[in-house]
Design a protein around this ligand. Sequence first.
Ligand code: SDX
Length: 380
Amino acid sequence: MTVDEKIFDKGLANTIAAESSMSYIDGANGILEYVGIDIDSLARNSTFEESTYLLWNGTLPNQSQLNGLVDDLREEYALPGGVIDLIRTFPTDAAPMHALQTAVASLALHDPEADVNEPGPNVRKSIKLVAKTPAIVAAFDRHRKGLDIIEPDSSLDIASNFLWMLNGEKPTETMGKALDVCLILHADHGTNASTFTSLVVISTLSDMYSSMAAAIGALRGPLHGGANEGVMRMLEEIGSLDKVDAAIEQKLANKDKIMGFGHRVYKAVDPRATYLKTFTKGIAEDTGNQSLYEMSSRIEDIMNEKVGSRGIYPNVDFYSATTYHCLGLDLDLFTPLFAIARMVGWTGHCMEQLADNKLIRPGSAYIGPHGVDYTPISDR
Ligand code: SDX
């Protein structure tokens, strides 16, 4: 359909909405690179902080540059007192993603540079957002459980500090590293729905905090970042390996979407799922969760057989769910963890947008009536 020589592209599935040098995705061949470096290499060799530097600056840091970013992040781990006070007012049965969205927006109230849309202040805001999001998620979880909120430990990296603030004990090196790898894998992924949301907001010259709060709202949807929670609910609902075949075939017969499968861009296996599958196997064995891994692997086999030919393969959420469960995370903290990682991508893409901004305002094809008379209410 064209309107004034414009093309209606439902879901913007065939539209390029931005130029970026952060993530390269080859959907046909299942390739993901951060600034040209393959995601598998980064997962094996990098850290979340180093990958953050890469995505924001377009190159791997030298030791001095990395130390500088790590120091800047750690100086910002702690939350303003007013944000902690706000979190303490949240209902204990609130959804963690709603709590996160509210608290992230409230960070603007405590930042005198909130509305300064210049490179320096926006880098500082990006550092604050990446550094403080873990503390918000952990503080709300402690609050809802009636536990003391734990101060961050700036001797720890972002992944281990999150587990410390969440559990009140220092994580093992294995667990800390496992979470660090998950954060790397989830840090950026082009103009996915939540990143595109952040671009729309920042393109109006609104502010980073408003943009991030909007992105969190988009991420929580079950078609996007909320899928990892849906995967775990599906595994818990199925219950055991012997019930997998019947359950999945019933879901497919019902035309249900199987959470953790399919992707708008990947028509091959999501390379993050490939990495996580092997990674999850090890963690599941170490933590006595082999059955979850075996069920997931069987589901993947069935889906490959039934719908693989249609390009429906596991995406990042399918095996990350089991990994997060093995790390001891509550199911409704899976998507907040995705947000902790993706804060890097959202802020990075917003800084790219501002460097060459144009208001994002697509057209719409009007399909309503014309020439309708106004009928007085007495005659309706
Ligand atoms: C993420 O975009 C990103 O980069 C996102 C992300 C990132 O890092 O930011 O990668 C993270 O969000 C991963 C996706 C997580 N979502 C899920 O796992 C939810 C389940 N997946 C589906 O809802 C779906 O695959 C989408 C939403 C992810 C993509 O859907 P599209 O591109 O809009 O395609 P579609 O829904 O129109 O599906 C095309 C066909 C349909 O069948 P028909 O109507 O043509 O007969 O494929 C079928 C769908 O029914 N299909 C599925 C399916 N996904 C698609 N059938 C069963 N199970 C599925 N999971």
